[in-house]
Design a protein. Structure first.
Length: 222
C-alpha cells in the first residue's frame, strides 16, 4: 500500500532522509580546502559564485597565502586581482584581509569554532559561519543555501517565507546528528535531480514520490 506523504511533514522528512542517505552515502565538501582557514576563505569566495570557479581560483591564492599570517602580507589589491573571477572582488578581498588580521590579533591566528565569533568576522554571514563550524569542526549546523531553501519548499518541509525560517523548520524535523551531512546531500540532490529549471516540484523522484498528484509548478518564496 502506497504511503500518503501529503498529510504528514514528519513522514516526508523521514523519506527524504532515507532516500538521500541511499543516494549520497558519502558527502565530500565541494570546496577544496586543507584546514579551517582555507575552508573559511573558500566559503567566503563562493558567495554568488560557483564552487567550480572557486576551486579554480583558490589554488593560486593559497599558493601565495594559505594562513592568516601570510594573507596579511599581501595587499588588498593583490588579493583582489587573484580572486577577481569569483565576482564581488573589491568587497571580498577587503574582507579576507581584514578577517585575517582579526584572526591573528584576537584568535591567535586560528579560526574560532563557534558561530558568534565567526559571524563577527568581516564578510562572514550566518551561512558561511554555519558551513565552517559544520565542516571544519563537526559542530551540528544546517547551512541553508538556495538549493536547500528551494527543495524544502518543493517538499513542503517549510513555509518558505525566509531562509531563517527554513533553517528553523529543518532543524526541528531532522535529527541533529544528520544536519552536517544532510545539508550537503540536499545540495547534491538539487544540483543533480531537482534543478530550478528542470523539476519545479514536478519531475524528480522525491518530488513525485511525495506529491504524485501535483500538477502546478512550485514557485520559490523568500
Amino acid at each position: 500500500m502506497a504511503v500518503d506523504y501529503t498529510t504528514s511533514k514528519i513522514k516526508r522528512a523521514e523519506f527524504v532522509l532515507k532516500r538521500l542517505n541511499e543516494l549520497y552515502p558519502e558527502t565530500p565538501v565541494p570546496l577544496d580546502h586543507k584546514d579551517p582557514y582555507t575552508l573559511l576563505i573558500a566559503v567566503l569566495l563562493s558567495a554568488q559564485c560557483t564552487d567550480e570557479r572557486v576551486n579554480q581560483i583558490t589554488p593560486k591564492l593559497f599558493k601565495k597565502a594559505d594562513t592568516p599570517q601570510k594573507m596579511v602580507k599581501l595587499s588588498v589589491e593583490e588579493i583582489k586581482e587573484i580572486i577577481r573571477p569569483c565576482g564581488l572582488s573589491p568587497r571580498k578581498s577587503k574582507a579576507i584581509w581584514e578577517l585575517s588580521h582579526i584572526l591573528i590579533n584576537e584568535h591567535g591566528g586560528e579560526v574560532p569554532n563557534d558561530m558568534d565569533a565567526l559571524e563577527r568576522l568581516p564578510g562572514v554571514g550566518h551561512k558561511t559561519a554555519s558551513v565552517v563550524v559544520a565542516q571544519a569542526f563537526g559542530v551540528p549546523a544546517f547551512p541553508i543555501d538556495t538549493h536547500i531553501h528551494r527543495l524544502a519548499q518543493n517538499w513542503k518541509l517549510t513555509n518558505g517565507k525566509s531562509v531563517e525560517q527554513t533553517e528553523k523548520d529543518l532543524k526541528r524535523l531532522f535529527p541533529e546528528e544528520s544536519w552536517n551531512k544532510l545539508h550537503l546531500q540536499i545540495i547534491f540532490y538539487g544540483r543533480e535531480y531537482c534543478t530550478a529549471r528542470g523539476c519545479k516540484g514536478l519531475v524528480c523522484e522525491i518530488c513525485r514520490t511525495l506529491y504524485p498528484n501535483r500538477k502546478r509548478a512550485i514557485v520559490k518564496k523568500g
